[in-house]
Design a protein around this ligand. Structure first.
Ligand code: PGA
Length: 251
């Protein structure tokens, strides 16, 4: 039985004071709830250390939104896996569509980052997903297959146990247009089959595949009840404690 994971991707939102407010509200809101899933928050780099000090005695876990694939050196503006670990991160989002489209990350760069995260003991949340024009022109499966196969190049069976996959159709991110539970389930099943083909039945049965793209408290239950949907990667709705808690308690 796969345990569901709800992760909040704060993106470039919340300064230190706003971080303290949001984490404090989340922690107190969740303390009285029976939670049936793992909860992760992914604040911006500048808030990680503060967020960790506020969640370390709670059920909430910490993730970052990106990292570089080298450990240190002349990479102005970058952050390494070791640095993320040193401030309490357990997870890191890699290959988010905004990193791919705005910052030019390729499947090859993302693959290097995945390997580095795994070598450093971070658990990657590896994002894949198609553009609207790719879906409409009938190449969605080809695009997702390429992202999965190239992104996971040289990743072992044992390492697959530490990777979370997030399927995020780009047209559903931040647009208010959610994939229907049927559309999402179909792609999740497709991804699980790809994993079965690349690895084996047991890796496929155990890999966590989150859905992301305009997940909200009122659509979470329907999405999360589908057979192959093992959680959510939440953007906009994780910025308010009430709506993020609403998604968590929908599990
Ligand atoms: P959204 O973002 O929930 O605002 O659509 C999801 C994401 O980008 O991870």
């Amino acid at each position: 039985m796969r345990r569901k994971i709800i992760a909040g991707n704060w993106k470039m939102n919340n300064d230190l004071k706003e971080t303290q407010n949001l984490i404090t509200k989340l922690a107190s809101g969740l303390s009285g709830e029976a939670i049936n899933c793992d909860v992760i928050v992914c604040p911006p780099f500048t808030s990680l250390s503060e967020a960790y000090s506020l969640i370390k005695d709670t059920k909430i876990k910490l993730g970052a939104q990106n990292m570089h694939f080298e450990s240190s050196g002349a990479y102005t503006g970058e952050i390494s896996a070791e640095m993320l670990k040193s401030v309490g991160c357990e997870y890191v989002i890699l290959g988010h569509s905004e990193r791919r489209s705005i910052f030019g990350e390729t499947d090859q760069t993302i693959n290097k980052k995945l390997k580095k995260a795994l070598d450093s003991g971070l658990k990657p949340i590896f994002c894949v997903g198609e553009l609207l024009e790719e879906r409409e022109s009938g190449i969605m499966e080809k695009v997702i297959q390429r992202q999965i196969i190239e992104g996971l190049n040289d990743i072992s069976v044992a390492e697959m146990g530490k990777i979370i996959i997030a399927y995020e159709p780009v047209w559903a991110i931040g647009t208010g247009k959610t994939a229907s539970p049927e559309q999402a389930q179909e792609v999740h099943q497709f991804i699980r089959n790809l994993i079965k083909g690349k690895y084996d039945e047991s890796v496929a049965a155990n890999v966590i595949i989150q859905y992301g793209g305009s997940v909200k408290p009122d659509n979470a239950k329907d999405l999360l009840s589908r057979k192959d949907i093992d959680g959510a990667l939440v953007g906009g709705a994780c910025l308010k404690a009430d709506s993020f808690i609403g998604i968590i308690t929908a599990v």
